[in-house]
Write a protein that binds this ligand. Structure first.
Ligand SMILES: [Zn+2]
Length: 108
């Protein structure tokens, strides 16, 4: 079965430095915030249009990463969320498919 790309819930904890997404297939993905910021899917963070689907899953595994709070999350249509980070960056549209693919537990 294909992993679900339909979220049923999203929760941010700046205190715990994680974003949690529950999916309709019952799986829950837990993303350390620093890794999520490093994997911002915008063109500037990815390093060019030809690298749009190149990510850095190893950024989720950094021990004691710098604090990276989320200040706002906005849903974009039915397919993505736009995250505003404490550093002011908000250009990344995190699509459900990208998020499911980035799931730190699946990348190990
Ligand atoms: Zn970015």
């Amino acid at each position: 079965m294909e992993p679900s790309t339909s979220p049923t819930g999203i929760e941010v904890s700046n205190e715990e430095q994680v974003l949690e997404i529950s999916w309709s297939d019952g799986h829950t993905s837990v993303y350390p915030l620093f890794g999520l910021r490093k994997n911002c899917p915008c063109v500037a963070c990815r390093g060019g249009h030809d690298k749009m689907n190149t990510f850095e899953p190893e950024a989720f595994e950094i021990e004691n990463p710098p604090l990276m709070n989320i200040t706002n999350i906005k849903q974009v249509g039915n397919h993505a969320i736009q995250i505003t980070w404490i550093d002011g960056h908000n250009a990344g549209m995190y699509g459900w498919e990208t998020l499911r693919k980035l799931d730190p537990r699946l990348s190990q």
